[in-house]
Write a protein that binds this ligand. Structure first.
Ligand code: ATP
Ligand code: MG
Length: 233
């Protein structure tokens, strides 16, 4: 299944991702109402792909007490291509943690969060330039992602990612029209690939472990689209 939207921001596009951020560091946060939606996997892959695309220095910030993104970052040390900076924070300490990463020179910070509703995720949304909401590629997943988007739309720019990890075969048009109700950008689709879990466990990404398969293409296209949305504001 092809990704949904092409912004046409290729490797030659040198627009600065911090354009829309008044702080000199662009902030992207992965949020979803339910567990297992792919937030951590996408946060790691977005950070790695953005670094490869020349948008670093990159920081990752883990606001999920489970600390999965932090663990991935630690496992990645010494393997090349690790985000330059990383932090862990509670929601109450988000502002200070972002200021710290900005002070260290990060130009893009990717935040991973625990599942939550609009009230719990409000502070993250306010701190972010772009909220990325992964949606399971089925009716329930797209409906709950759209509802969260609607509830957070006044706080940040929104982008939806269809995650086909358990795609049940529903038509893409049905899925995207349900997401459209959430009021955000349809930023792309990541298809099911077992390589995601294996690469994450090893502190890697499919970009390095399986560069030849469609998953690496999905991630490259997703970052091009998210980058375009960030720059467009
Ligand atoms: N497109 C995909 N194809 C195959 N597996 C996937 C895909 N997306 C995510 N997964 C796998 O699904 C599981 C859940 O993903 P992930 O941990 O990123 O979700 P999460 O939203 O961070 O979950 P949690 O609520 O536990 O923090 C992981 O094993 C991950 O590797
Ligand atoms: Mg997670």
């Amino acid at each position: 299944m092809d990704n949904i939207l092409r912004f046409g921001c290729g490797p030659d596009d040198q627009s600065d991702i911090t354009t829309e951020s008044d702080s000199g560091m662009a902030v992207i946060a992965l949020v979803s109402p339910s567990g297992g939606a792919g937030r951590t996997m996408l946060a790691a892959h977005i950070a790695a792909q953005a670094g490869r695309a020349g948008d670093g220095p990159i920081a990752v910030l883990d606001v999920d007490p489970k600390g999965s993104l932090w663990t991935w970052w630690r496992q990645r040390q010494g393997k090349g291509g690790a985000p330059s900076f990383a932090g862990r924070a509670e929601t109450a300490g988000l502002g200070a943690a972002l200021a710290d990463l900005r002070g260290q020179g990060a130009r893009l910070c990717v935040i991973d969060t625990a599942p939550g509703d609009a009230a719990a995720l409000g502070p993250v949304a306010e701190a972010a330039d772009l909220l990325v909401i992964p949606a399971d590629a089925d009716a329930a997943g797209t409906e709950e992602a759209a509802a969260l988007g609607q509830a957070l739309a006044d706080k940040a720019t929104l982008a939806f990612v269809l995650n086909g990890r358990s795609h049940g075969g529903e038509q893409l048009g049905n899925l995207t029209s349900r997401l459209a109700a959430g009021g955000g950008w349809p930023a792309g689709m990541v298809r099911h690939a077992d390589a995601y879990a294996a690469s994450m466990t090893a502190g890697r990404t499919v970009i390095e472990t399986h560069p030849e398969i469609y998953a690496a293409d999905d991630i490259a296209e997703l970052w091009a689209n998210l980058r375009g949305i960030l720059v467009a504001g």
